[in-house]
Write a protein that binds this ligand. Structure first.
Ligand SMILES: Cc1ncc(COP(=O)(O)O)c(C=O)c1O
Length: 383
């Protein structure tokens, strides 16, 4: 892709074509800017694509997490068990509801939630397990769904990295009680800001749709009695609506998701092949029966202290890298609230050695080869 001179290749970015521009223009010429027919159509297409009955599109992945947790009964005095190897939103959505995020360790190879660690942290007040499909690799849904069913806990997949991924042929939304997605520009499809809750649970979808718009309900019988203007607000909701214009973009992007995923897979395959013999680097591990979405390509250096020279060396060569993520258990917000007490050695080790290199579908073959050459050279010289 053509980057302005001097701008490093980013680790991720959107791919917007003329057909996306045309879809947005058509929506702008229509009657709706906020909630309109594009929202419902986007929701129907998302649900069909991920094989569930319902989807509720909202203003961000964070909003989707907040509403999904609320639908699952998260509130004061309850707990959400999750991974520290994630973006803050996964835990913050629990804090918004007055609940406690309980961080437990990840699998050492995939960086996804360790089902046994989650079980060990579960108590009577636990309402939700929120595994994160780290880098687009689905969590161990077979174990997670069996254990959450046994403990009477809801399973909410933070699938913000994994739209289109499959575990044993099923989507995260099909395995979990609900899956949450983000349409931030680096994600599988982009709407700028945007997110969605996908679920087979009709009552959860209905509740999330109500809470997305201030909890407003229109009861036809009450309207007959009081007038056509009548509506009621029975619970505290939010303005988490996503505009129609953005859903027009989302639909146009979703139609191209198979192509985006294919391109991501091809780039990841090239990297796996190119770096296979590079013993100073650990490559992403794939669990059996998993078809990942390849949101990120996360390398791990063998020695944590060599990560920074590699990061800086790549940047000097025009290759943007990123760390996903400093573990949340290291962030002052959670430490100061006493939420970082359970040791998570695998997440710590992962985060100390990880580095995401560029992977996005708009990369040209030339970009990919440049990354291969520069990473190989930097690994030889700097590790
Ligand atoms: C794992 C994970 N969860 C949640 C979110 C929040 O999504 P959004 O930025 O759309 O609010 C993100 C986005 O960066 C994410 O990566």
């Amino acid at each position: 892709m053509a980057d302005p001179v001097g701008t490093p290749l980013p680790y991720g970015r959107q791919w917007i074509d003329e057909d996306d521009v045309a879809a947005v223009s058509a929506a702008l010429r229509g009657d709706w800017l906020t909630t309109g027919p594009e929202v419902a159509a986007f929701e129907a297409e998302l649900a069909a694509r991920e094989g569930v009955a319902g989807a509720v599109a909202v203003s961000s992945g964070t909003a989707a997490l907040h509403l999904a947790y609320e639908a699952a009964g998260v509130g004061p005095g309850t707990e959400v068990v999750t991974s520290p190897l994630t973006f803050a939103a996964t835990a913050n959505a629990a804090l918004y509801l007055g609940a406690t995020p309980r961080f437990v360790d990840v699998e050492p190879t995939t960086g996804t939630l360790d089902p046994e660690a989650a079980e060990a942290a579960t108590r009577a007040t636990t309402r939700v397990w929120a595994p994160v499909d780290y880098a687009g690799h689905p969590a161990d849904y077979e174990a997670l769904s069996a254990l959450t069913a046994r403990h009477g806990v809801a399973l909410i997949a933070d699938a913000c990295h994994s739209l289109g991924a499959r575990y044993r042929g099923r989507s995260p939304a099909q395995w979990a009680d609900a899956a949450v997605h983000s349409f931030h520009p680096v994600k599988a499809i982009a709407t700028g800001e945007g997110g969605a809750i996908l679920s087979d649970r009709r009552e959860w979808c209905e509740r999330a749709a109500r809470l997305r718009s201030h909890g407003v309900v229109r009861d036809p019988e009450a309207q007959e009695e009081h007038g056509p203007w009548y509506y009621e607000i029975r619970e505290l909701g939010f303005n988490y609506r996503i505009p129609d214009v953005l859903c027009a973009l989302g639909r146009s992007q979703l139609a191209k998701l198979p192509r985006f995923l294919e391109r991501r897979r091809a780039i990841a395959t090239r990297y796996l092949d190119a770096f296979a013999a590079e013993d100073r680097l650990e490559l992403p591990a794939l669990a059996p029966d998993v078809d990942p979405a390849w949101h990120l390509f996360v390398l791990r250096v063998r020695e944590a202290k060599r990560r920074r020279p590699l990061f800086e060396g790549l940047l000097a060569r025009g290759i943007g890298a990123q760390l996903h993520y400093p573990p949340l258990t290291r962030q002052p917000l959670y430490r100061e609230r006493g939420l970082a007490s359970t040791p998570c050695p695998h997440a710590e080790d992962f985060a100390a050695r990880a580095l995401s290199i560029p992977l996005f579908p708009a990369m040209t073959d030339g970009d990919v080869e440049r990354v291969v050459d520069e990473v190989s050279r930097a690994a030889r010289e700097l590790l």
